[in-house]
Write a protein that binds this ligand. Structure first.
Ligand SMILES: Nc1ncnc2c1ncn2[C@@H]1O[C@H](COP(=O)(O)OP(=O)(O)OP(=O)(O)O)[C@@H](O)[C@H]1O
Length: 229
């Protein structure tokens, strides 16, 4: 998937300025930046919730910018949204079942193999789950759409360190199984441990794109754009 020269607006407010980067198949790309840098806006633009005014987004060669969110989802882009957004008054199993889409390996059973905790709680209302369990459910729900590319918006937000490590392991495993992932995170340490490639955005523009080794070597730049971590 690639973005080139993408400009996005909320009304008159110009938020993304010529954003371009490429996610290669099977890679994990970390999208980093300070609060308000435009990371969530980038994901919203890829998903089609915001239509870019300039530039284009391609998925395996096909132009997807300008399509509806449903059409983009059907072409294989999945989203784990910030704040999880599970259906609180549906059970765990129902949350997964309603998200089933497309052809591919993902079934409720397979999600339960990935997250045994969800199997244990399959009949429970999602609103009664812990934060970590809701995050697992949000990931499972996105997988039920059989995505080729998974966008994840701050999956570690508000979770205890032990649960963050567990979620990190799952993300690494999904990627190792071949899923291409864009990971937006404030947890820079965890993210650099998982990523192949890093993109840093600052006030809506890309200020760094390169392999994770290069990002690690340039700690001064990371500190400049991300603050102390
Ligand atoms: N719905 C909206 N309407 C108008 N402006 C918005 C809207 N959502 C975000 N913005 C603005 O767009 C800019 C980028 O926000 P965005 O949420 O993409 O940043 P972010 O990097 O994801 O930050 P965070 O880490 O806080 O989620 C910010 O200046 C924000 O105030």
């Amino acid at each position: 998937m690639s973005l080139s020269g993408v400009d996005s607006f909320y009304g008159d407010s110009h938020v993304l300025h010529g954003v371009g980067f490429a996610l290669r198949p099977g890679r994990l790309l970390a999208l980093l930046g300070r609060n308000g840098a435009g990371k969530t806006t980038c994901l919203a633009t890829i998903m089609g919730f915001l239509r870019p005014r300039r530039g284009e987004i391609r998925l395996y060669g096909e132009r997807i910018s300008g399509l509806s969110p449903e059409a983009i989802c059907r072409r294989g882009v999945g989203l784990v949204p910030q704040g999880r957004r599970v259906f609180r008054s549906l059970t765990v199993r129902e949350n997964l079942a309603v998200a089933a889409r497309g052809r591919g390996p993902w079934t409720v059973e397979r999600v339960f193999e990935l997250f045994p905790r969800l199997r244990e709680r399959h009949g429970q209302l999602a609103g009664s789950l812990s934060g970590g369990e809701q995050q697992m459910l949000a990931i499972g729900r996105a997988l039920m759409g059989n995505p080729r590319v998974l966008l994840m918006d701050e999956p570690s937000e508000g979770l205890a360190p032990q649960i963050v490590a567990e979620v990190g392991r799952i993300i690494g495993r999904l990627n190792a199984e071949g899923l291409s992932i864009v990971l937006v995170e404030q947890n820079v340490k965890m993210t650099l441990g998982l990523a192949h490639d890093v993109v840093i955005i600052n006030t809506g523009a890309v200020v760094f794109e390169g392999p994770v080794e290069e990002a690690r070597r340039d700690e001064a730049r990371l500190a400049q754009h991300l603050g102390v971590f």
